[in-house]
Write a protein that binds this ligand. Structure first.
Ligand SMILES: Cc1ncc(COP(=O)(O)O)c(C=O)c1O
Length: 386
């Protein structure tokens, strides 16, 4: 059986050079970067080199970048850290209805503490209307949090327009760029982004490392307490091998972005067209114009996503959904619900996310085995005939 991995929005395989850097650092840079002796100094030097690499990647000064345990911690720190530092100024946060749980659950937890949260809705294609953001701002607003690209649909938000509104109103703008980072240039120096979250494992670095860019002048309280690491903003001994690997992954991602995005887009479009040609009634969810080149989210009418994913898995294909399946019950994706999809359409939605190692042969294999699966699982909406 062939094994085909089409779940790169969940996590990506390590780049061989990234793995090498991880191993070399684990072996040779065992000191604690906070120690003042030679072993500590060597480790500190490796840490600061990685900081420069990641800072270059997202267009900030190295002093504006702090390392975290991943995207989730970066999002929590941005939202709770700004809320805590600004609570005397106001208690209103604006976010969107389609954020990753790392953002939405952080906002929910603040809501339970008495903050007011406005969740901007999106249209049928998952698009945000910047004018609605402008209208939601009040003198109490202390933070705007909106993602760069959606993890379920790949839809890209108008970051520059959001940043301009935030800038004009002097409100810090936090942007979760976790999914955008592999495919879009993140040069955000002039985009009005005050805080930017990154995660290593979405761009071929190890899991368990990420970063938060905090622009000079943005006030942030720490959420972890302990040592004085990361300029007193993130306590805890740094995960140096993963950080060093993250730095290398950012350099590699920058160097190959354009070529990789072009190649992956062609494959994704081939996959999408092939699926639509083979399944009557299948529909693509999300803005066809502003979408990550790697991602397609497709609803198969009459099908249940858990059955589809299990059938694909039996044929060696790893894909996923936005809905969490637990003990046989489906929880529908809040992202697809916010886009106005019916529970039936959302309940049959599969996300295919391609990556650097995806090949045309793999796409053809999926298209070859799909009709038999649809025949079995999509009564009435199965393979297109004739
Ligand atoms: C948009 C987005 N934000 C945040 C995260 C969380 O990142 P991590 O897995 O590094 O905690 C993810 C992970 O899927 C994501 O897709």
């Amino acid at each position: 059986m062939r094994f085909v991995y089409l779940d790169h929005n969940a996590t990506t395989p390590l780049h061989p050079q990234v793995l090498e850097a991880f191993i070399a650092c684990s072996r040779d840079r065992f000191g604690n970067p906070s120690s003042s002796h030679w072993a500590g100094r060597e480790a500190r030097c490796a840490l600061e080199t990685a900081r420069e690499q990641v800072a270059r990647f997202c267009g900030c000064d190295p002093s504006e970048l702090l390392f975290t345990s991943g995207g989730t911690e970066a999002d929590n720190l941005a939202i709770k850290g700004v809320a805590s530092a600004s609570r005397r100024r106001g208690r209103h946060i604006i976010t969107t209805a389609v954020e990753h749980p790392a953002v939405s659950a952080s906002c929910l937890s603040l809501e339970q503490e008495g903050y007011r949260i406005t969740r901007l809705t999106v249209d049928r294609l998952g698009r945000l209307e910047p004018a609605e953001l402008e209208a939601a701002i009040t003198p109490e607003t202390i933070l705007i949090s909106a993602m760069w690209a959606n993890n379920e649909t790949g839809v890209i938000f108008p970051v520059a327009a959001i940043g301009a509104i935030a800038d004009r109103n002097r409100i810090p703008f936090h942007c979760d760029a976790v999914q955008a980072a592999r495919w879009l240039p993140l040069e955000c120096r002039d985009l009005g982004v005050g805080l930017l979250s990154l995660s290593g494992h979405k761009l071929r670095a190890p899991r368990g490392v990420g970063a938060l860019m905090v622009r000079k002048g943005v006030r942030l309280h720490p959420i972890l307490h302990g040592g004085s690491q990361e300029r007193n903003r993130r306590a805890g001994t740094e995960n140096l091998p993963a950080i060093v690997a993250f730095g290398v992954a950012c350099e590699l991602a920058d160097a190959s972005r354009e070529e990789a995005a072009g190649r992956v887009r062609l494959l994704r479009d081939r996959l999408e067209a092939g699926i639509l040609a083979r399944s009557s009634g299948a529909t693509v969810n999300g803005d066809p114009a502003a979408r990550l080149p790697s991602t397609t989210n497709i609803s198969f009418p009459g099908a249940r996503v858990d059955s589809l994913l299990a059938a694909l898995d039996l044929q060696g294909i790893a894909a996923s959904s936005g809905a969490a399946c637990s003990s046989g019950t489906l929880r529908h994706s809040p992202v697809l619900a916010a886009m106005g999809l019916s529970p039936e359409t959302a309940g049959g939605a599969v996300r295919f996310s391609l990556g650097d190692e995806t090949t045309g042969v793999e796409i053809d294999y999926l298209l070859e085995i799909l009709p038999a699966i649809l025949e079995r699982l999509c009564p009435g909406g199965g393979p297109r005939r004739g």
